[in-house]
Design a protein around this ligand. Structure first.
Ligand code: SF4
Length: 576
């Protein structure tokens, strides 16, 4: 299939490829009509929330249109990453990989999907946490080695990426993301035993050899020609669940992705568990020693990241968020005329706050549902309008009223401050801010992009200073105990490092988003250190590593797959 003969191919239908290359080229040249190379100031329209890492999806379903199922699944996971999307499909002989920058709808159309025939597939939506936002770092990543092509999609962030790259003897720039290093390690294992690579368990064996070497957060779906594999790290930082189709099986970051493809939810994978799916159905394999298993699901999946219709630890995320609001009302009540939530993730907690206090619940802000993650602003004045691009006050509900405004978190405070200003301009007589999580004080190294500690409002100001900065009449954050109680899964095991500074997995001093993209002193030498602030203070206080759409700035290489046919491991392997 396709024009490449090394096991990975682009889909048939070169017209689609050509058309999309054209579209890409158009995007690369002067966004917004400005001159190429001029920084027009791409700003985030949503700087006050942590950014999701990625969504992953996998399906094994003979006689089913797996590429279309993957497309639907990725659509349901779009909230977890909007920078790039991709899928790999196998017909038992050939693995085909297609990926592109932007939303799922940008990356795939009917023609592309129709060309992606097979009975197993994996998919990915990306938000970059290691490696910049470029086509080269879009996923699935893949390797063609021995008798196999392996493709891999990763949600999370490894903290020993540089160390692993060094062990592999990789030259700086050869691999540029932690997921890429993971694929490289698996390929290296597959290459060690080519004589046993046809017994149907080669990928499973390779992954079992590699997984214990990975440190940090990883929920991964991987595949070769005939198997789909799902695995969670021993802490289970990121979610991953298993579902059943009438004639097949599905893996997905969140349960709504099962719903949209008509799959029945079976269960969440356990931390440290690997599930291998093939013609014989799913098999569960322990990928780590029992003593390594220590559940630490990201608490912010409950607070903000996951869809409200997702179930985590057996609990409804929506109901948990409503309970957070109820807890907040009990902890920090206030006299007011209206309770409103900041769309979208603040709404369930606002509902809970209103229910618990008896204060009427209403809509105070209208969200533009169609705004992209970023927009182009030529100057500071225009950037300030970014908040209005996203949220606009509903004056009739606000004027002359004392408001309780409920949101899930405050990261940098810029959006919140602008929003409060809008509410006051719209006639609010009082604004009482209630946050359904504790102060966000520490950067996340396990797959969420929050910038550095220097950018985190609560890391640098007291409660009273934050209140004054936001210009609100009162401010309260939900306590950690109450938040945990609201999840309904107290004792199940959570990561709360961004709230407490207690990191479950120690973080290397050199870790940064671009850890593999610039020559770093000490590559090849592990620099893992314990987590205390003083150990990686430079990282915590350093410059922002917020994503920029550098694919556009760099005029990065166009879209679809794939590979140079050499089976080599160089940069060309990415098809760039
Ligand atoms: Fe989640 Fe915070 Fe832990 Fe990151 S540090 S995994 S955002 S709880």
């Amino acid at each position: 299939m396709g024009r490449y003969d090394g096991g990975v191919s682009e889909p048939t239908g070169g017209g689609a490829l050509d058309r999309r290359v054209d579209g890409r080229a158009r995007d690369a040249a002067a966004p917004g009509g400005g001159a190429p190379g001029v920084d027009l100031g791409t700003v985030s329209a949503d700087d006050d929330t942590p950014k999701e890492a990625c969504g992953v999806f996998g399906v094994f379903a003979p006689d089913q249109p797996v590429s279309h199922l993957t497309y639907l699944g990725l659509y349901a996971l779009q909230h977890r990453g909007q920078e790039s999307a991709g899928m790999a499909v196998s017909d038992g002989q050939t693995v085909t990989v297609v990926k592109d920058m932007g939303l799922v709808s940008n990356a795939f159309d009917d023609r592309t999907l129709a060309a992606l025939t097979g009975h197993l597939a994996i998919g990915h939506t990306r938000y970059s946490t290691t490696g910049s936002s470029t086509w080269r770092n879009a996923q699935p990543v893949y390797r063609d080695i021995a008798a196999h092509t392996v493709a891999l999609a990763h949600n999370g962030n490894l903290v020993n990426t540089e160390e692993l790259a060094g062990e592999l003897g990789m030259l700086p720039g050869t691999v540029t993301s932690d997921s890429d290093v993971m694929a490289e390690l698996i390929a290296a294992e597959l290459g060690k035993n080519p004589e046993t690579s046809d017994d149907g368990r080669a990928l499973e064996r390779a992954m079992l050899a590699v997984l214990p070497r990975l440190r940090g957060a990883f929920s991964v779906v991987a595949m070769d020609e005939n198997h789909v594999v799902g695995v969670r790290d021993p802490h289970g930082f990121r979610p991953l669940c298993l579902g059943k189709l009438p004639n097949g099986w599905v893996l997905a970051s969140e349960s709504p992705a099962l719903d949209v493809v008509g799959a029945h939810f079976i269960r969440e994978l356990d931390p440290g568990e690997m599930v291998v799916i093939d013609v014989d159905g799913p098999r569960s394999v322990s990928a780590h020693e029992p003593e390594a298993i220590d559940p630490k699901l990201c608490l912010f999946e409950f607070v903000y990241f996951a869809r409200p219709d997702t179930r985590l630890y057996g609990q409804s995320v929506h109901q948990a968020r409503v309970r957070m609001g109820e807890q907040l009302a009990e902890q920090a009540p206030v006299e007011a005329d209206l309770v409103m939530g900041v769309p979208e993730s603040g709404l369930p907690a606002a509902e809970g706050f209103a229910r618990a206090t008896g204060i009427p619940y209403g809509q105070g802000l209208v969200k533009n549902r169609y705004i992209g993650r970023t927009f182009i602003a030529p100057n500071q004045e225009m950037r300030a309008l970014g908040v209005r691009m996203k949220l606009n006050p509903l004056r009739d509900n606000i004027a002359g009223r004392r408001l309780v405004v409920v949101d899930d978190s405050i990261v940098r405070g810029t959006t919140t401050r602008a929003m409060v200003s809008m509410l006051r301009e719209a006639g609010a007589t009082e604004v009482h801010m209630r946050i359904s999580s504790p102060p966000y004080k520490w950067p996340c190294f396990y797959g969420m992009d929050t910038g550095t500690r220097g950018e985190l409002l609560a890391a640098n100001m007291s409660l009273e200073e934050i209140r004054a900065y936001l210009n609100v009449d009162s401010l309260a954050y939900l306590t950690l105990d109450r938040l945990l109680a609201a999840t309904g899964a107290v004792g199940a095991g959570f990561c709360d490092a961004c709230l407490t500074g207690e990191y479950p997995v120690s973080v290397p001093v050199t870790l940064g988003k671009d850890v593999l993209e610039a020559p770093a002193p000490g590559r090849g030498g592990a620099t893992a250190a314990p987590a205390p602030e003083s150990t990686f203070a430079g990282l915590l206080e350093g410059e922002a590593s917020l994503p920029v759409d550098d694919a556009r700035q760099q005029g990065d290489a166009p879209i679809t797959v794939v590979h140079d046919g050499t089976g080599g491991l160089g940069a060309d392997h990415f098809g760039g």
